[in-house]
Write a protein that binds this ligand. Structure first.
Ligand code: PMM
Length: 316
């Protein structure tokens, strides 16, 4: 690993990415899926003009980043052709970036990343962390763009079969460390890299919860974290009705908002959500909670300002 990335360092925020807003609290990334088949907003914004309208609305609600994607990663989904993906995302990015938005492109393909960055995107959000198309790392490096490396094991059609772990937190951490090393080796500046545990990707609901409980281990890789939990299946199963039927996708935003607050309290840099306004309030609440906890630490845990050896855990 590059010496520029300090293991165990407190991850703060990426730097050097044009148009990326600086906020005193975690950022909110709004999802703009230009896909006919996404699980969460299936086809609602599949025409570029509708997607642009949707992006504008999310921006007006306070989205710091608009994440434009043209490939559904819903479990079992088939991949679009490269030309289809380009046709979906490029006009939307051109328009939204042209209006001044900070745009990320949600793609695993180098060719799409290249076109998206040329159209004005400033971040490549690669759910495969460079595994699906390793060339994407060089493209991102050459353009000086930000890079989100998500934990991933296989394409949507087969990923369920890869949800096998002995220790999900340790394995995701180690696999992300490899993707971080690959991104650095390709020349992406360390301060432009963000890591994401990939909630819902080759993971069961139990794996997802374990990962959320173990975010600190992932943050130990020394990079800011992005978290995408919005409307995902593990929330549907958590909130199942008394007959065991999962909470429908369009009724999972309150749970998403709750997790946005908890993510901010855990020190996450950015949350990726479909419903921006509520998560914006939530991250501000969670961040304020985090700061209050830190301020209280000396009183709670003793003058050493350290939990180790001085907290109630060690007194009985
Ligand atoms: N999840 C989805 C798509 N892109 N990107 C990142 N970085 N993290 C995620 O968790 C993530 C992502 C799938 O959700 P969607 O179909 O609602 O967009």
């Amino acid at each position: 690993m590059s010496p520029a990335v300090q293991p165990g360092a407190e991850p703060t925020r990426p730097v050097g990415i044009p148009r990326l807003p600086e906020r005193p609290h975690p950022l909110v990334m709004g999802v703009v899926n230009v896909t006919p088949d996404s699980f969460s907003d299936g086809g609602r914004w599949s025409r570029p003009a509708l997607a642009v309208e949707h992006g504008r609305r999310l921006r007006a609600q306070g989205a710091d980043i608009l994440d434009v994607g043209g490939e559904s990663t819903r479990p079992g989904a088939t991949r679009p052709l490269v030309a289809e993906e380009l046709d979906r995302v490029v006009p939307v990015i051109e328009q939204l970036a042209g209006e001044g938005a900070c745009v990320s492109v949600d793609t695993m393909r180098a060719e799409v990343a290249e076109a998206a960055l040329a159209a004005g995107a400033v971040i490549v959000n690669d759910v495969s962390g460079g595994l699906a198309d390793p060339e994407i790392l060089a493209v991102t490096a050459a353009r000086g763009a930000g890079y989100v490396a998500m934990h991933w094991r296989a394409h949507a059609a087969t990923m369920a079969a890869h949800a096998r772990y002995d220790d999900v937190v340790a394995e995701v951490r180690d696999e992300l460390a490899e993707r971080l090393a690959a991104a650095l080796a390709a020349g992406i500046a360390p301060e432009r890299i963000v890591l994401d545990p990939g909630i819902g990707f080759a993971k069961t609901a139990a794996h997802n919860w374990e990962l959320l409980g173990g975010l600190e281990a992932i943050a130990d890789l020394g990079r800011p974290l992005l978290l995408g939990v919005s409307r995902k299946g593990f929330l549907g199963s958590l909130l199942a009705d008394e007959h065991g039927a999962a909470r429908p996708v369009d009724q999972r935003d309150d749970a998403t908002t709750a997790l946005s607050a908890l993510a901010a309290a855990a020190g996450v840099w950015c949350v990726r959500v479909h419903e921006v306004a509520a998560s914006l309030d939530a991250v501000r609440v969670g961040d304020r909670w985090r700061r209050a906890q830190r301020a209280a630490e000396p009183r709670l845990w003793g003058p050493s300002n350290s939990r180790v050896g001085s907290g109630p855990d060690h007194e009985n």
